[in-house]
Design a protein around this ligand. Structure first.
Ligand SMILES: Nc1ncnc2c1ncn2[C@@H]1O[C@H](COP(=O)(O)OP(=O)(O)OP(=O)(O)O)[C@@H](O)[C@H]1O
Length: 303
């Protein structure tokens, strides 16, 4: 069976700017595919190509077995990155409008409740906070109960509790068989939701895999971060790899069972510290490792 989403050797340029540079991927039915990558990597361009709002210069794209602009609109939904509905509509009116575009829409009240907006459904869009507006926008992508859902940075501006609610909602949709294609700068979001994560840089997929596999292959080692004024030379002659970092020292390659020994070594060396933080590698480490300086710029700029 053909995957739900397919891109084969897709190229797309805007003038001299190459947005997609020979990109290939496929997404299976019911999968959550999370696309990450620096600003300008080509993520939105790929979403646009897969939803038929831009046409590749070359290569092939398909969605649900058809050219993207031939797909029945009842079966597909897109939450764009930038979405500016009329401000003098209420959330309910906006969702009612969207519901009217489809043959068999879901009850609007149900969708409003799902995105946590039942209580503010009758406020004008312009009076809602940025995060509330984003929730309403997410709701517009749910009214047709799509088979394929594109979410371009869905949780930008949404508070941490709301973000977790939306994650649970997206996970539920996927568990019910919806295929989700998500772009995000939030590594925790990609790690939490993605069955597979694809890292896009300069229009090319640098790596694709499950979050766990990507972290195992590229995330580096567990480490102990020591908040201290001491320099790395204070640990000289001991059997630890130590580097200086912003907060003090980082001791590399420390597994959980090695924490006690490392702490004993710090104390034996007479190092005074404010705090100790042990951390495992995460998708953010993978991102920084694989996307390099461009990724660091993007993460720094996005915070
Ligand atoms: N309509 C357009 N006209 C000209 N250039 C464009 C257009 N759309 C995208 N680009 C360029 O194509 C490249 C890829 O842009 P795209 O929006 O796909 O990146 P992105 O990965 O979604 O970025 P971000 O994380 O900032 O949203 C960028 O260099 C961008 O400036």
């Amino acid at each position: 069976m053909e995957p739900v989403l397919v891109a084969e050797d897709v190229h797309r340029s805007y003038g001299d700017t190459t947005a997609l540079d020979g990109l290939s991927l496929s997404v299976a039915a019911g999968e959550v595919f999370a696309l990450i990558g620096p600003n300008g990597a080509g993520k939105t361009t790929l979403v646009r190509a897969l939803t038929g709002t831009t046409t590749p210069d070359s290569g092939r794209v398909s969605a649900l077995g058809s050219a993207p602009d031939d797909v029945d609109r009842n079966r597909i939904a897109l939450l764009p990155q930038a979405f500016s509905p009329p401000e003098r509509l209420t959330g309910r009116e906006l969702l009612d409008y969207y519901a009217g575009l489809y043959d068999d829409p879901r009850p609007v009240d149900e969708v409003l409740a799902e995105v946590g907006m039942a209580g503010d459904a009758d406020s004008w869009y312009e009076t809602l906070s940025g995060g509330q507006q984003r929730r309403i926008c997410v709701g517009t992508a749910l009214v047709n109960d799509p088979d394929v859902l594109f979410l371009d940075e869905p949780t930008t501006g949404i508070d941490p509790a709301g973000r977790r609610d939306l994650w649970a909602l997206i996970a539920d949709l996927a568990a019910g068989g919806t295929t989700v294609f998500l772009t995000t700068h939030d590594m925790a979001e990609a790690e939490e939701l993605g069955d597979r994560v694809g890292l896009l840089a300069a229009g090319r997929l640098v790596e694709v895999g499950s979050p766990g596999a990507l972290v195992a292959d590229h995330g580096g080692e567990s480490r102990l971060v020591v908040e201290t004024d001491a320099g790395a030379d204070a640990m000289a002659g001991r059997d630890y790899r130590v580097s200086e970092s912003g907060r003090g020292l980082t001791i590399h390659g420390i597994d959980p069972e090695g924490i006690g020994g490392a702490v004993a070594a710090l104390e034996d060396a007479g190092i005074e510290y404010e705090s100790l933080t042990w951390s495992q590698p995460s998708l953010e480490d993978v991102y920084l490792e694989l996307a390099g300086d461009r990724a660091e710029d993007a993460l720094g700029g996005g915070r």
